[in-house]
Structures are given as C-alpha cells and as structure tokens.
Design a protein around this ligand. Sequence first.
Ligand SMILES: *Cc1c(COP(=O)(O)O)cnc(C)c1O
Length: 246
Amino acid sequence: MPQPVTVGRLPAVNHEEIQERAARVFARVREAAERAGRDPSVVELLPITKGHGASILEAVAAAGFDRVGENRVAEADAKRGSLTGLDLEWCMVGHVQRNKAARVIRVFDRIESVDSLRLASKLSAEVEKADRAALPVLVQVNASGEASKGGFPVEAGPARVAEVCELPGLRVEGLMTMAPFVDDEELLRSVFRRTRELNDRCRLEIEGYAGEVLSMGMSNDFELAVEEGSTELRLGTILVGKRPGQ
Ligand SMILES: *Cc1c(COP(=O)(O)O)cnc(C)c1O
C-alpha cells in the first residue's frame, strides 16, 4: 500500500484563487523581466503541489495549468492513482533514490532533479528496459556550494553535464537549481547567475545541447531568478497556498 498521504483533503485554494494568484505572479514576472531587458513570455510557471491533497491538482488543472511538480514518488503515485481524466504532465522536482528509478519513471513524465551521474545512468537504463521514448530531464546543479544540497557542482563545468547528455534513455532539456533559503540578494543572484553561465557554456561546448530550460526560482526568490535568466519558476506556496504544517 502507498503511504497514507493527503489524498482526500479539500484543496487549500480553489481554481479561481489560483488564477488570481497566477495573474499577480505574472505581473511581477513582467516587471522583473523588464528590469533585465528580457522577454517575459519565455518564463513559465510550474505549480508545485507537494504536501497538498490530490484535489489541489484538479484546481490547478481547472485554473489552466497543464503541468505540476511533486517531490516525493510515493505521494505523487498515490495522488496520480486517485485522479482520472486529468491531462497533466507530472514533473519530479525532488531527490530520487536510485532504487526507486523504475517507479519514478512510471509515475512521472519528466524529471527535473537528476542530481548525479549514477542516478542518470540508472534512469536511462530503466527507460530503455521499459522500451520508452527518451525521458525529458533537467540536470540539477549545485551552485551554492552547500554540502546539504544535491546536484552537479557548478565548478565541474560542461564536461559532467555532457556525460548525462550521452545517455540514450534521457533527453536533457536544460538545468535546474535550488538557491539557499536566505535573504541575501547578492548570494541568490550569484547562484542563479552561475547556473545560467554554466548553461551558456554547455550550449557552446556540448554538441546537440539546446539548454532551452533553466528552472530557477521559487516563491521567495522568483523575481531575482527572472532577472538572472530563468525560464521556469517552480512555485508552491505563492500559487497554491501554504502546505499543511508549513
Ligand atoms: C517545494 C519546492 C518548490 C516550491 O517551493 P515554494 O517555496 O513553496 O514555492 C520548488 N522546488 C522544489 C525542488 C521544491 O521542493
């Protein structure tokens, strides 16, 4: 049996409120993009529904989103199993244990948190074993140097990302990073900037690497991420409300 997760609970916010919240976020995205001379239309929002019951996914879909992000495979599996008729792309944004690789590719359509070559190799092997099309993934980068954070060290440069790109079962669409939970604007900026610079170098140095997706920015730091080049914001709290217990 899957773990008893929060499947049955009423959503914290309904689809109208999600639309209003998204409109306010988009207005702030436009202003941030303008400050940086960027085109705001390339920035997408990925609602992160972890910690909420399955009904939040219905509200998110009704609000017009076609993708969601979750960070635990058991929780996502239970929610996905309890929902029918929802046409959503499920994105994994949390750490994946290698022994869950087979399950994770069954539950998720896309993995944004490929944080080691060993995990990447295992995922690729499982995709091939399942005879599936190459799985879209992002390579997670550790650009803050925090020992507690997973990911490819940004200092390792494009060579390490290139090794993931060579795996036949994966299609690397770009990079993902998580900034530390701090208020230090310069530190946050440097994390985002270093990730963008690595992506630019990968584009130059890795053949066939398009690197069109840069997933950076969460509820508390998304404007800085937009100013520094993000194309995807992973937004939980600000879009779908606080998680129970948060
Ligand atoms: C939870 C989570 C988010 C969203 O966090 P908020 O601060 O609620 O926006 C984004 N990315 C990852 C990897 C997460 O685990």
